[in-house]
Design a binder for this molecule. Structure first.
Ligand code: PRX
Length: 682
């Protein structure tokens, strides 16, 4: 049976759209599959190439049983993504076009940057980094808030062929150190700190701590470039600095100055690097398959994976998905709320928009600060026409009621995107009806850090959508559903979501561990890239992503591994065992539920709970903090000692229908766990 009702594309979006009908989508999709070289070749013609490719247009092996898995697009072609994102537009007469309207945490903090200004700053930054000894192939750690310098740093790295590794500003010193060490970065770009809502984050202190942790493991961060962000803010009176403004801000600033340590041999202010740097910086001409960036994502073993993306394929894919999924035109103003610390920010705040010469809003703050009206104020302030956010934010904003949305005009809106987790139909319909006033297309985009860009998505002027479905594959993407044995499910059905062949933006390897790349994504089903997600295909051929089928949790759109949280918890001296499962959460999508077995004789106290939460915050970051902790005198295990998470998930949800428990070694733990459950929730 076909699920859901079709919501047709808004008629007003059709005229002039890049893809304006299902017929056109089907034709383009067919060509992208039948003749990828013609399809992507025509797209590549719109970019600048120092040299065109020499080898096969696309070469790959997806079958781990037949040898090394590899993916190559346009091997031998030479280009530079920064050149394509900046110089190409400036030379094309767009120097004065706004690339970013920067909106700070406080509504009064704002800035704008044109393509011409960006090119200037990027060249200086690139020269500055070169002067610090950063060269082609080196990896630079980037630990910055959502400020223009973040985009400048990324493009500067790309310009000189250095690989950037952005670490989200919410990660802890431990997590930052792990990533710096894994990629052997010896240069980092960070900032003094930033405000998020009412909270001041001392980023430099965390970076200093990470540098110490690296030093303790024999790795030296040679240079740390520090953007002075806090003092330049708040030239206005700031409510965040104490009710009614006043003079609280200088006090806070002084607090920072006192606290931040400064290693004169290592640390360098950004402004000093920039003022001493050469004005011009020739781009390095990179091979199509040279690394562009790495970005860590959670792995089911607990150790994060450095997902590596390369130059040309990523460039074509980020640009093309941006253009079609949002139907971007030069008159649009686009706003993606994601942090650049995640892949959504890489592809759809930085590269995708800039490769299309787009004008975007870059937002430092939170959608709920100073109030839940902020997103709608920003949309009206900049006349945003294409808006992209996460279901978690949509659900939380929805709770605040319709009035605070509808009192703002929102007339400029045309396309509303969703990303990061499954969107429930209720939130989808609210987004469509209230935020979009029924006039906008909603595009639910399914993809991953690994895919580089959207792989399942509707196109706003072409695809009749269904609330809750990511609909159809993007150009060049061939999805399939497999059962546990690897047999393909044709027609309606549910199974593992896999892809049969590469698209240009797919990751190329796990940095430093190609074997892990093969094992994680290609060994389960020979010949397919395995997403780790389940999906259902309905009678109309629409795909509905149902969520992870491995040991991952998706909390507010952040992918976390149960193993990683468990290993933080068992570091506590009172804990002997920990098991983490996901439970549904009305706003976050999923919440972190932990079962803790104490060491013999250790009491279960409020103090212990607090310490356990702190452990996770220290090891990973505040966004991974457990929502629920329950004492577990024992854990349900199979006779071979494997924890039965399926059973724990049921207990966490207070669902007594446990299914088959015949393989469980000791069933008596179940009654105990249910008993403890009610008493001990946070
Ligand atoms: O489980 C899927 C979920 O997010 C995972 C990827 O997380 P990450 O690599 O952090 O990238 C997030 C931003 C692209 C996927 O394996 N996911 C992402 N988008 C959707 C989704 N699940 C359902 N529907 C989506 N639209």
């Amino acid at each position: 049976m076909a699920d859901g009702v079709f919501v047709p594309p808004p008629p007003r979006l059709v005229e002039g759209a890049h893809c304006s009908s299902m017929q056109q989508y089907n034709d383009m999709y067919k060509q992208s599959i039948d003749d990828p070289e013609a399809f992507w070749g025509a797209i590549a013609d719109q970019f600048y190439w120092k040299e065109r490719h020499t080898g096969k247009f696309c070469d790959y092996n997806f079958d781990a049983s037949k040898g090394k898995v590899f993916i190559e697009w346009m091997r031998g072609a030479k280009t530079n993504i920064c050149y394509n994102a900046l110089d190409r537009h400036v030379q094309g007469g767009h120097a004065d076009r706004v690339a970013f309207f920067w909106e700070g945490n406080e509504p009064a903090d704002e800035d704008r940057l044109t393509y011409g200004q960006l090119l200037e700053r990027v060249q200086r930054c690139a020269s500055g980094l070169r002067a610090l000894g950063v060269a082609r192939g080196h990896c630079v750690a980037v630990y910055l808030p959502m400020i223009p310098e973040l985009v400048v740093t990324l493009l500067a790295c790309a310009r000189i062929g250095a690989v950037h590794s952005v670490v989200f500003g919410g990660f802890s010193a431990d997590a930052l150190a792990d990533r710096v060490l894994d990629a052997k970065c010896d240069v980092m770009v960070t900032s003094d700190g930033f405000w998020r809502g009412n909270k001041l984050v001392h980023l430099k202190e965390i970076a200093d701590h990470a540098a110490e942790l690296c030093a303790a493991r024999d790795h030296r961060l040679r240079r740390v470039v520090v953007v002075r962000h806090l003092p330049r803010l708040h030239q206005h009176q700031h409510p965040a600095n104490g009710a009614g403004g006043g003079d609280a801000q200088p006090a806070k600033r002084a607090q920072f100055d006192v606290q931040a340590s400064w290693d004169a041999a290592r640390d360098l202010w950004w402004e000093d690097m920039m003022s001493e740097a050469a004005l011009e910086c020739e781009p390095e001409w990179m091979d199509a398959e040279d690394p562009l960036f790495m970005l860590y994502t959670s792995g089911s073993t607990g150790k994060p994976k450095g997902v590596l993306h390369t130059t040309a394929g990523y460039m074509l894919y980020a640009a093309t998905t941006f253009k079609y999924t949002f139907d971007y035109h030069l008159e649009d103003v686009y706003w993606c709320t994601a942090d650049i610390g995640w892949i959504t920010g890489h592809s759809y705040v930085a590269y995708g928009p800039m490769l299309n010469c787009a004008t975007s809003v870059m937002f430092e703050g939170s959608p709920f600060y100073p109030s839940g009206e902020r997103p709608w104020q920003i949309i009206d302030k900049y006349k945003v026409s294409k808006f992209y956010t996460a279901p978690t934010a949509i659900r939380a904003l929805m709770r605040l009621g319709d009035d605070i949305v509808t009192k703002h005009s929102r007339q400029s809106l045309k396309v509303l995107g969703s990303v990061g987790e499954p969107i429930n139909p209720e939130a989808w319909l609210w987004y469509h009806r209230v935020v979009g006033g029924g006039r906008c297309a909603v595009v639910d985009t399914f993809w991953q850090t690994e895919t580089g860009g959207h792989v399942l998505t509707p196109l706003p002027a072409a695809t009749p959508t269904k609330p809750g479905s990511a609909c159809r594959p993007f150009f060049g993407v061939q999805p399939a559903l497999l059962d546990e044995n690897g047999a393909e499910i044709a027609g309606e059905g549910e199974g593992y979501l896999v892809f049969r062949r590469p698209w240009p933006g797919i990751m190329r390897t796990v940095y430093g561990n190609h074997q892990r790349f093969e094992t994680t994504y290609f060994k389960k089903f020979n010949g397919f890239y395995c997403t780790g997600d389940g999906a259902r295909r309905d009678a109309d051929g629409y795909l509905w992503v149902t969520g992870r089928i491995d040991d991952m949790l998706n909390v507010s759109g952040h992918l976390l591994s149960t193993a990683q949280i468990e290993s933080a918890l068992i570091e506590h001296p009172s804990v002997s065992e920990a098991a983490v499962v996901a439970v549904p959460h009305s706003i976050k999508g999923e919440a972190v539920y932990c079962f803790i077995t104490n060491k013999q004789g250790e009491p279960w106290t409020d103090e212990l709970r607090k310490e356990l939460i702190l452990k996770v915050r220290e090891r990973i970051g505040a966004f991974a903090a457990p929502d629920y902790l329950q004492c577990a005198p024992g854990l349900p295990k199979t006779r071979s000692g494997k924890i039965m998470r399926r059973v724990l998930r049921k207990i966490a949800q207070d669902d007594r229908d446990l299914g088959d428990v015949s393989t469980m070694a000791d069933e008596s733990v179940i009654a105990l766990l249910f008993q403890h459950r009610t008493a001990q929730l946070l």
